[in-house]
Design a protein around this ligand. Structure first.
Ligand SMILES: O=C(CO)[C@H](O)[C@H](O)COP(=O)(O)O
Length: 228
């Protein structure tokens, strides 16, 4: 199986966690694309009554086109289960997200949800976080100052550019600065530092949020043991 098939295997297994009556959080990315398809199939086949909050306009459109009832996050009183992809996950289920620049909305939905599941192909499992550049979302006002602060801290910042060399902008019209650190030895300390930086709206370190990881492997989907 190639990487895309492994993502699909994980997504289809995770769709089985959805129960009738749930309010779901739906992540963003190519793995979540397969998840939304699988959930929509279950909704039709089993006449499930679910509603969902999306973490991007892409996911919202796909889900709504497939007949899933979509809600604004401000109009739900809770989210039962959020299922999302990830860019890296370590053995404590700490992770990096934001490869699709949607991490602020994803973190809002994840922290609102009672339970979080990540779906990944096996290449995303790592010993130490940080090979994948850590995304931060930075407001345009003063972004060069933020950049210099991150640089002075030795965090190897780079503005994310699109194919035409323009700065990538997020849903909130902010910029993305990726931190090319190579490895993150102390994720909690880094989180504390980034949380304290004026101008950084949110970053892609997702710590202590996820209890279950579903991995697509060459032997099929594996649900890793729940740890929280
Ligand atoms: O964090 C994300 C988007 O901001 C994605 O979940 C992450 O990048 C994984 O994407 P994919 O499933 O396409 O590999």
């Amino acid at each position: 199986m190639d990487q895309s098939e492994l993502k699909k295997v994980a997504a289809e297994r995770a769709a089985e966690f959805v129960e009738d009556g749930m309010t779901l959080g739906l992540g963003t990315g190519s793995t979540v694309f397969f998840l939304v398809e699988a959930i929509a199939r279950r909704v039709k086949a089993e006449n499930l009554h679910i509603e969902a909050v999306a973490t991007s306009s892409r996911t919202a459109k796909q889900a709504s086109d497939l007949g899933i009832t979509m809600k604004d996050i401000n109009d739900v009183d809770h989210i039962d289960l959020c299922i999302d992809g990830a860019d890296e996950i370590d053995k404590h289920y700490q992770g990096i997200k934001g490869g699709g620049a949607a991490h602020t909305l994803e973190k809002m939905v994840a922290t609102t949800s009672r339970r979080n599941i990540w779906i990944v192909d096996e290449s995303k499992l790592v010993d130490t976080l940080g090979k994948f550049p850590l995304p931060t979302e930075v407001i345009p006002f003063g972004c060069e100052q933020v950049f210099h602060r991150l640089d002075a801290e030795g965090l190897h910042p780079q503005f994310r550019l699109d194919d035409s060399g323009q700065r990538v902008t997020t849903h909130n019209k902010n910029f993305v600065i990726d931190l090319h650190m190579g490895k993150i030895d102390h994720p909690h300390l880094l989180k504390q530092f980034l949380d304290g930086q004026v101008g950084i709206l949110e970053h892609g370190l997702f710590l202590d949020l996820v209890d279950t990881v579903v991995v697509g492997t060459q032997d099929g989907a594996k649900v890793l043991p729940a740890i929280r």
